[in-house]
Design a protein around this ligand. Structure first.
Ligand SMILES: [Zn+2]
Length: 352
């Protein structure tokens, strides 16, 4: 009898151990990542390199023009890339992509540059697309943060601020869409949002790396529509349609695990709410997986996920461009929002 109990005990312990191992495997992985496995900043496009790439595209592609819409706190150029055969033609839908308001969320900018590159060729396919849609891209609204060139103490960040969320003044640009207190947000509003008739917008970000759905799978990306009371039903519904198009494009991919970005921020100081409430622009918030620097290592993305993250946002951008061009976005099935899984943070910072 004793022996049996003991055996049962061992089996139970083993079973519980296996159960725990299975459900924690992803979090253990996130937890156990080595510094050498973290996203390599040198793999990213530096700001000077980006500027010269954009100059090149501007020179070579008839249907693309690049404008400097302002300067960051530290005097870095802020770019607007305008893509389309006739940007004056407001009968065509106009799509806006904004990336890297937060300097430590870099891969969405890499995606934007890839999309610009794909749209810069003179194939018939691109040319036809250019007749049907106008595209505005503001890649990297926070170049000072992206270069880690800031005037505030970054020593509490895990990688000492190799890239930073806030701008050089230590201000979160994505809290200044009402005040326009920072040169970066001022440039976006005065020279883009107030100048163009925009039909759809996506604000591209990254969230912390350690979020998972209930099945324990790491989230590849999360999204949310505007949540401010002043946003009209129509703008809200069209915002959800952007998400539906994005979901249909990404969900079939092997790497995909999209989730609902649960945020109680209803203020118009953030782009998602401001663009929708103040300009009537249907707007989607996209949050790719993982930061380049943060307070904790667990929030930082590993290099091995970099390509997939870039690809995911490229797919998202191209899908929305195409759906706006052929009007299929108008009939996108917004019921996907009802089944979009919740996400939760799977690991604390206890052992860092
Ligand atoms: Zn962000």
């Amino acid at each position: 009898m004793m022996r049996k109990t003991k055996e049962t005990g061992i089996v139970t312990v083993l079973f519980l151990f296996l159960l725990a191992t299975a459900s924690l495997s992803e979090s253990v992985m996130a937890h156990g990542k080595e510094d050498s496995e973290l996203l390599k900043i040198e793999s990213l496009t530096g700001h000077k390199e980006m500027a010269s790439f954009l100059e090149d595209v501007d020179r070579k592609a008839e249907h693309i023009s690049v404008e400097v819409i302002g300067e960051s706190v530290k005097g870095r150029e802020l770019h607007l890339v305008k893509v389309g055969n006739d940007l004056e033609d407001t009968n065509k839908p106009t799509v806006l992509f904004l990336t890297q308001q937060h300097g430590n969320e870099p891969l969405v900018t890499e995606s934007a540059l890839e999309v610009i590159s794909q749209l810069s060729n003179d194939s018939n396919e691109v040319s036809n697309l250019m007749d049907q849609v106008n595209i505005l891209i503001v890649p990297r609204l926070n170049p000072d943060g992206a270069e880690g060139d800031v005037d505030w103490d970054t020593s509490n960040l895990y990688r000492n601020g190799v890239q930073t969320r806030n701008n050089a003044n230590g201000i979160n640009i994505n809290r200044t869409h009402n005040s326009l207190s920072q040169p970066e947000s001022r440039a976006l509003h005065e020279n883009v949002l107030q100048q163009y008739d925009i039909d759809y917008a996506i604000d591209f970000h990254h969230q912390i790396a350690n979020r998972a759905t209930d099945d324990g799978e790491l989230v590849s990306g999360a999204m949310l529509y505007p949540t401010n009371d002043d946003v009209t039903e129509e703008v809200l519904e069209n915002s959800k349609k952007i998400g539906a198009v994005l979901y249909e494009a990404i969900e079939p991919k092997d790497y995909s695990n999209l989730a609902y970005y649960d945020s109680d921020n209803t203020y118009t100081s953030i782009a998602r709410n401001n663009l929708a409430a103040n300009y009537g622009i249907p707007t989607l918030l996209y949050e790719g997986r993982g930061l380049s620097d943060s307070l904790n290592k667990v929030s930082i993305l590993e290099q091995k996920y970099s390509d997939v993250q870039i690809e995911q946002a490229v797919e998202a951008m191209m899908a929305v461009i195409e759906a706006a061009a052929d009007d299929s976005i108008e009939t996108a099935d917004t019921s996907i929002w009802e089944s979009l899984p919740e996400q939760h943070t799977i690991e604390s910072t206890e052992c860092e």
